[in-house]
Design a protein around this ligand. Structure first.
Ligand code: KG4
Ligand code: ZN
Length: 331
């Protein structure tokens, strides 16, 4: 079965072709980082316009790379939420048009579900597993008991982890998006140089909080005046260590509480080298297995959307043309 995946929920225009739910024949992403960079964050109206400009070339590119034509497709999967409504509508409307013109069934996919199951593009993981989804828009913990069977365990009470990275990078003039830059800069710094605070959420809760840390970095920069430039690597490393502490500790606690001995990371922040290193070491010390998708499958991509769509399409589900985008779609 050949499934085309389409992802336009935020600022990446992505298309992928997946064969039989396993083989990724093409996985293309057109990034808008250069467009949003000067603003230090995603500008929704600009994002929609960029999607309109790039969606057809990206779709053509994916079909070309997979060596197939549109008539070879057995189904199409498109993200229908959550995300920016203007961005979501571009992908959804284009997919409806292709589906109508060529008579190909299509299905709207939940972006969060796509992230949670992305690991299956690389390996089979036995259920149940604990999934930590950390991106620019989300910091969520789910117990994944099977495809379509997700138990919410906790989430951020304020900023998402990736949002904290992006805002701190903006304060430090490091550009947008900030996660990768801070990750690289932190390698030259001392993670214990500055004692940034760790939010403590009461025991029994699997929630997260990052806004206090972000404010602490802001106060630190202010207190140094122009003098912090020489300690930028230490600031990056100390900030990152605090984020990683606040992600690893609740995740391991949740894994113990629900009795899941497999942990899967997903979302853009799961590409972070320090998070990968520490989660692996600390989870394995407790005899938990840890799996991370390759960075290109952690950040927003259409292969994961095609995978989730493949699952539902092969179970006979498809959507009709009344389906709408849902910016606040939950799992
Ligand atoms: O999943 P994603 O591509 O898009 C969203 O759905 O948000 O995640 C993007 C987020 C951004 O906040 C970016 O700064 C962060 O992931 N990110 C990282 C790294 N690479 C991307 N954060 C920390 N370390 C990284 N290496
Ligand atoms: Zn995402």
């Amino acid at each position: 079965m050949l499934v085309l995946g389409v992802e336009t929920s935020c600022d990446d225009t992505a298309a992928a072709v997946l064969l039989d739910g396993r083989a990724v024949l093409a996985n293309l992403v057109s990034s808008q980082d250069a467009v949003h960079g000067p603003y230090g964050g995603v500008v929704p109206e600009l994002a929609s316009r960029q999607h309109v400009r790039h969606i057809l070339p990206i779709l053509d590119g994916a079909l070309h790379q997979a060596g197939i034509g549109v008539k070879d497709l057995d189904g199409i999967a498109v993200t229908r939420g959550p995300g920016l409504v203007g961005s979501l509508l571009v992908g959804l409307c284009v997919v409806k048009g292709i589906s109508y013109r060529w008579g190909i069934p299509y299905i709207g996919v939940n972006h969060l579900e796509a992230h949670l199951v992305a690991i299956f593009l690389e390996r089979v993981v036995a259920f149940p597993y604990l999934a930590l989804l950390v991106s620019g828009g989300h910091t969520l913990l789910y117990l994944v008991r099977g495809f379509g069977d997700y138990r919410y365990l906790g989430g951020t009470r304020d900023d998402a982890a990736g949002e904290a990275y992006d805002k701190v990078a903006k304060m430090m003039g490091l550009g947008y998006p900030g996660g990768k830059v801070i990750d690289q800069l932190a390698r030259q710094g001392d993670p214990r140089a500055i004692a940034f605070p760790r939010a403590r959420i009461k025991r029994g809760s699997c929630d997260f909080s990052f806004s206090g840390l972000k404010t602490a970095v802001w106060h630190h920069l202010k207190s140094r005046g122009d003098g912090w430039d020489s300690e930028r690597a230490d600031i990056a490393a100390s900030f990152q260590e605090a984020v990683v502490d606040m992600l690893v500790t609740p995740t391991l606690r949740a894994a113990e509480e629900v009795g899941a001995n497999r942990i899967v990371l997903a979302g853009g922040v799961a590409a972070n080298s320090r998070l990968r290193e520490r989660m692996k070491a600390e989870a394995e010390a407790k005899n938990f297995a840890v799996h991370f998708p390759a960075p290109a499958l952690c950040t927003d991509n259409a292969a994961m959307v095609a995978l989730a769509g493949h699952y539902w399409l092969t179970r006979g589900r498809k959507d009709d043309f009344r389906l709408n985008a849902d910016a606040d779609l939950t799992l």
